[in-house]
Design a protein around this ligand. Sequence first.
Ligand code: NAP
Length: 245
Amino acid sequence: MALPSQDSSQDARNGASCVSAPQSVCYRFDRLGFDQPERTFRLGIMGGTFDPIHIGHLSCAEQARVAFDLDAVVFMPAGTPVFKLNQQVTDAQARLDMCRLATASNPFFDVSPLEVEREGNTYTVDTLCQLRAYYPPNVELYFITGADAVLSIVKWRESERIADLAHLIAVTRPGAHISDAFKSNMAEMTRFDINYLEVPALSISSSMLRRFVREGNSIRYLVTYNVFDYICRHGLYSQAGGGGE
Ligand code: NAP
């Protein structure tokens, strides 16, 4: 298991050769771990483009929270997703707004503007370095994302460092096949601690919802009502090619 050990994350906590500690990370859980240094806290970071956030994402975060005994889950919409530079992605502020609306009613959830506010392309290693530099050592980081994204994680910038900074929770859609060979290869050949979690509600995808809107189909009940209302009021995804295809 690639626990974020004192030694390997020391540089990150100090901000050395890494982005510096932010002033704040989020609203509800900014003080997590500070007042109880003797207790270990588990912070889930839900990374994604969230274009748009849907009930599959919310269900993933909730199931991961319970399954891995997380104290909180912070949604982290990517500012400029690096693997989508040739795709049209909805304005980051709109994706952030929708995340805030969708998560507001769950006291274990929060949203961070860290990646949206950081300049340049979004790299997960920078985010984890910032979080490691911000939170005390008794806060363990669990990066939650789609299993499809995890398949390419060894190609991400400074992937070995990611392995030292956070545990991973890879959420799969029903029927999505992650081969045993991939799992054992990752376990034997890398330092990643990857935990797999199948979530039935994840058969919904953001690309499906964008297509539904474009084709005049309804996405009501597939996103929270306030997100549905936001998409309608701002006319998101209704143009051909709008919102990233
Ligand atoms: P993506 O390619 O859009 O997502 C891959 C698949 O995983 C999609 O089916 C997506 O479904 C699903 N997914 C994405 N995030 C999820 C989540 N948190 N929970 C459950 N399913 C999720 O991937 P992405 O959204 O651009 O990136 C995922 C995360 O990886 C982001 O935090 C991104 O910054 C990070 N990333 C980092 C690097 C790097 O540092 N070099 C490179 C790539 C990705 P939906 O379309 O329905 O969301």
